[in-house]
Each structure stands twice: as structure tokens, then as C-alpha cells.
Design a protein around this ligand. Structure first.
Ligand code: BV8
Length: 252
């Protein structure tokens, strides 16, 4: 049996025998849907400096340039659909019921479109906007948005921004509190498609391990988490997750 097959079996055993499952996802879970990742081969940050487009300072300096970056992602995102990884995670949620929490760094909405409901979008959502004047937040599906998008309430001159968390901005306290509670409660943490580079998400494995959870990681390459995981599944999330799920359900 290959090492990876052994890891798939080990992952299925951990999840199948756990009481409370936490899943933490990054950009890699959406790669097979056509959403570019940030780091690694073809990563967004290989050609664009995050400081130029994903900070409040960048937006204050040149909001049109920042919106051109997010409009490109919205236009690309409109043609992206959930892949088998998103669907498998939604099926795991159905299996675990209230003893399940999905924490995602992704802003692409694909977990919701796949049917996930117990989801914490800790970095926000690219289909939501927030007014920089009145602070109202709402879903805005106009795609692409105008080069200079303004608040639907305040009107001309009142810029809206993407309702996402930029570097240097704090995460929503309630979301972070709920994520930490779930990580402290789980006895299995499944980490899918994250480079483990961005904080505070990079620390989720520490919280879960400290609480006694066993950890599985699915990635196409080794990450800094490698030394801490109980099962390391090397492969594409869209291929590995259905294989793990079928082992759990006895169909595989
Ligand atoms: C904060 C939203 C308080 C916008 C994003 C402690 C130490 C050092 C630095 C810090 C720290 N605390 C805070 C910081 C600063 C900063 C940070 O972490 N910097 C990094 C660069 C070191 N953090 C913050 O500013 C956070 N705020 O902590 O507030 C504070 C503030 C200042 C100072 C102290 C405390 C806010 C961070 C949120 C930033 N916003 N996104 C947007 O999307 O436009 S982050 C951005 O990166 C995305 O959300 C993305 O999801 C996220 C993380 O990246 P990944 O998801 O991991 O994606 P990546 O491309 O890196 O990796 C993809 C992985 O998938 C790879 O491993 C690849 O191998 C794998 N893969 C590819 N294909 C597949 C696959 N795996 C499986 N299957 C496949 N098919």
C-alpha cells in the first residue's frame, strides 16, 4: 500500500472516530475551481505585492487600483463553481451536525455555494462591500463594479471597499472567538490547502493540538505544519477528500 493510501486510511480513521470535527481551509481548496492561490506556482502574490492591493493604506492611496484588483477576482470568480473538495466538506458537515465547524480564510463564497452552513469566513467575502463613510455592509453582485464604486446609501463620493480583512487589519472578534472555541472543542482538525503562512489562521493547529485534537493536513506539497500533523495526505483536495469520505462511509 502506498504511503499516501496509508495516510488516506489514517485520515478516515481519525475523522470516522472523532466526536467534533473542525475543518480549516485556505486558497488551495478552491484551486481546482479555477480560483488562483496566493503563493506557490502561479500564486497571486508572485506578481502583485500584497502591500499594494490588500492593505487599508493601499486602498487609501489608490482605491481605483485596489478595486481593479478585486474586480478582476470578482469577474474570474463569477465563473468558478465548487469542486469535489467543497462538496465533500459540506457532506462532512451533514455527517457531524452541530459537532462541526468550518473555518475558511477564503473570500470566494464557494463553501456556501457547496452547501456548507456552519462556516466562519474569517477573512470576509469578496461578494460583500462596506461603505467607508456610513460603514453599512451589504452583498453587491454587480460584476464588475464601476471603477469608482460608491455606497448605495451615501451616494456620490462615498467609496465602498471590499468587505474582506486586509493585512494589518484585525479579524472580526466574534468570528475569531467562535473559531477558537471550535478549535478548543474539536478532537479532529482537518487542514486543507493552506500554506500556513498568514496569521492568526497559521496558529489554528497549535490551538487544536494543545486541546488534544488529532490533525490531518491535505496539501499538494509539504507545509510548516508537517511536523505537527497526525496524517499528511499529499495530493489535490478535490481528489483526496472524496477518497477519504468514501472510506469513512464505507463506500470506498
Ligand atoms: C491580524 C483577505 C492583528 C483579502 C487575506 C504574527 C506573525 C507575523 C505576522 C503577523 C502576525 N500577526 C499578524 C500578522 C500580520 C499578518 C500576516 O499574517 N502576515 C503574513 C504575511 C506573515 N496578518 C494580518 O495582518 C491579519 N490581521 O492578525 O490582525 C494584527 C495586525 C497587525 C500586526 C499584528 C496583529 C489579517 C490577515 C488576513 C489578510 N487577508 N485575505 C483577500 O483575499 O484579498 S490573506 C490571504 O492569504 C487570503 O485570505 C488567503 O487565503 C490567505 C492565506 O493564504 P492561503 O489560503 O494559505 O493561500 P496560499 O496561496 O498561501 O496557499 C495555498 C496552499 O494551497 C499552498 O500550500 C498550496 O500548496 C496548496 N494547494 C494548491 N493547490 C491545491 C493545494 N492544496 C490542496 N489541493 C490543491 N488543489
Amino acid at each position: 500500500m502506498s504511503d499516501n493510501e496509508t495516510s488516506i486510511l489514517c485520515a478516515a480513521e481519525i475523522i470516522g472516530n472523532s466526536r467534533y470535527l473542525c475543518v480549516s481551509t485556505g486558497a488551495g481548496v478552491s484551486a481546482e475551481s479555477g480560483v488562483p492561490t496566493f503563493r506557490g506556482a502561479g500564486g497571486k502574490w508572485n506578481t502583485i505585492d500584497p502591500e499594494d492591493v490588500a492593505t487599508y493604506e493601499a486602498f487609501s492611496r489608490d482605491p481605483e487600483f485596489v478595486w481593479s484588483f478585486y474586480n478582476d477576482r470578482r469577474v474570474n470568480g463569477a465563473s468558478c463553481r465548487p469542486n469535489p473538495a467543497h462538496i465533500a466538506i459540506a457532506q462532512l458537515e451533514k455527517r457531524f451536525g452541530d459537532n462541526f465547524t468550518l473555518i475558511t480564510q477564503n473570500v470566494d463564497n464557494l463553501h456556501r455555494e457547496a452547501g456548507s452552513e456552519r462556516i466562519l469566513e474569517i477573512h470576509g467575502n469578496i461578494w460583500r462591500v462596506r461603505c467607508t463613510c456610513c460603514n453599512i455592509e451589504y452583498e453587491e453582485r454587480t460584476n464588475p463594479l464601476p471603477a469608482r464604486p460608491y455606497c448605495k446609501t451615501c451616494g456620490e463620493g462615498a467609496w465602498i471597499r471590499p468587505a474582506v480583512v486586509w493585512f494589518g487589519e484585525t479579524l472580526d472578534f466574534d468570528l475569531l472567538y467562535r473559531a477558537n472555541k471550535a478549535l478548543e472543542s474539536c478532537d479532529a482538525l482537518l487542514i486543507v490547502g493552506t500554506s500556513g503562512y498568514v496569521y492568526p489562521a497559521a496558529e489554528f493547529i497549535v490551538i487544536a493540538k494543545r486541546s488534544g485534537a488529532r490533525v490531518i493536513e491535505i496539501n499538494v506539497e509539504e507545509t510548516p505544519n508537517a511536523g505537527f500533523v497526525d496524517a499528511k495526505v499529499l495530493g489535490k483536495a478535490g481528489e483526496m477528500l472524496p477518497r477519504i469520505l468514501s472510506r469513512i462511509t464505507g463506500e470506498g
